[in-house]
Ligand binder design. Structure first.
Ligand code: FAQ
Length: 344
């Protein structure tokens, strides 16, 4: 979809050696009422904005923020499940889990590539993640205590992720929208494999059923918080909607997720840990209890149960991989010199 070619260090480029990035960053966007009007008209007509089109600086910055946070979530999201590959209960479950974790890595790569089309480099984004400046989804800062957690991540975490990501397939920025189409197809498989794993456990013995219920109790509220703060406290929502980046609000997506998930919980035979969860005939939706937003913000701000561990694992993986990056750059350099000779 996007090039995965290695950018060679370039003396005229940024610290990562990406000359194009520097060119784009240094470019001060010309601004005129005509350019703005043509951008607004495209967004209003539901046309896609493409990398070479003029766009307001704030639109570019918002997309870099959101897409890079999304990419970081995918690669940090590999960690809690990756911990269970060696402990999967059968060869079949192990093969499925390996494929799922690889898919998440792939999603991270599509998303970093989509963000790069906006003039930021992968090294800049990863620096922000490794130094703790960048956000990633709150959900990946909680521990996976037993095998039922892996099923619940598939069912509820991927389920919430798809609910949020389907509308992003219609987002106004072309590369992000196109990346999301494939991501959503894969997330849909992830959700179904998680649900199927739980269905099997729920047909097992009492200990297995208790494990599933316990995992659901621990993850339910955290998954509801994944959709972000309530609309009234969501600083980016109004502008995101105006720009066609966000199509459905945080609260509306959360409600859609609850409405879709309650019947699935009934089929599984588990209860959801919310005494206020009740069908409201008048609204045509389930009413639900209050999310603990203090706990959410503490986690988002670095003080959840696993924030430090997740970041330390990512930084170690980056440092351990340095020799691979060096070897790839040396190979690409030699290849470029060879191509140059042949062309001469
Ligand atoms: N965690 O004004 P809003 C996955 C931040 S992928 C942490 O509402 P916005 C796949 C927000 O960034 C999961 N921070 O912001 C998988 C902002 O902070 P900032 C990730 C959060 O952007 C499955 C501030 O709060 N999905 O799970 C969270 O309009 C299984 C104010 O919020 C995406 O990233 C949160 N939950 O709406 C992988 C989807 N919520 O930047 C492995 C794309 C909010 O001002 C295994 N992103 N914040 O410092 C989006 O749709 C949006 O960015 C929202 C937030 C909806 C997340």
């Amino acid at each position: 979809m996007y090039t995965q070619a290695l950018d060679l260090p370039n003396p005229d480029g940024d610290s990562a050696g990406n000359a194009n990035v520097v060119a784009m960053n240094a470019r001060s966007e010309p601004h005129s009422d005509a350019l703005q009007a043509s951008f607004d008209a495209k967004v209003d007509a539901d046309e896609k904005i493409e990398p070479r089109d003029w766009m307001p600086d704030a639109y570019r910055k918002t997309l870099v923020r959101q897409i890079s946070q999304h990419a970081h979530s995918e690669i940090v999201g590999m960690l809690p499940e990756g911990n269970w590959i060696s402990r999967a209960p059968s060869l079949k479950r192990k093969a499925i889990l390996i494929a799922k974790v690889q898919d998440e890595g792939g999603h991270g790569l599509y998303l970093y590539s989509a963000a790069e089309t906006l003039g930021t480099s992968r090294d800049q984004m990863l620096d922000a993640l490794h130094s703790g400046k960048a956000k990633y989804s709150s959900i990946f800062n909680y521990p996976t205590l037993n095998w039922a957690d892996v099923g619940v991540i598939g069912w509820l975490v991927d389920g919430a992720a798809i609910m949020n990501q389907i509308p992003l397939c219609r987002c106004s920025y072309g590369p992000y929208a196109r990346a999301m189409i494939r991501v959503c197809k894969e997330e849909s498989f992830h959700q179904r494999q998680g649900y199927e794993a739980l269905l099997v456990m729920m047909q097992g013995n009492e200990a297995q059923k208790t494990m599933v219920q316990d995992a659901v109790n621990r993850w339910w509220w955290k998954c509801l918080a994944m959709f972000g703060p309530p609309d009234a406290n969501s600083p980016h929502s109004a502008q995101g909607m105006r720009w066609g980046i966000k199509r459905i609000s945080n609260d509306d997506l959360r409600q859609k997720f609850i409405d879709a998930t309650v019947p699935q919980a009934n089929v599984l035979g588990i209860s959801l840990p919310d005494p206020q969860l009740k069908w409201n005939e008048e609204r045509g939706h389930y009413d639900h209890g209050e999310i603990d937003w203090d706990e959410f913000w503490a986690t988002v701000n670095g003080n959840g149960p696993c924030n430090k561990e997740r970041l330390a694992t990512r930084v170690k993986a980056w440092n351990d991989g340095e020799w691979v990056r060096d070897a790839a750059i040396a190979h690409a350099r030699k290849q470029a010199q060879r191509d140059l000779k042949e062309a001469a």
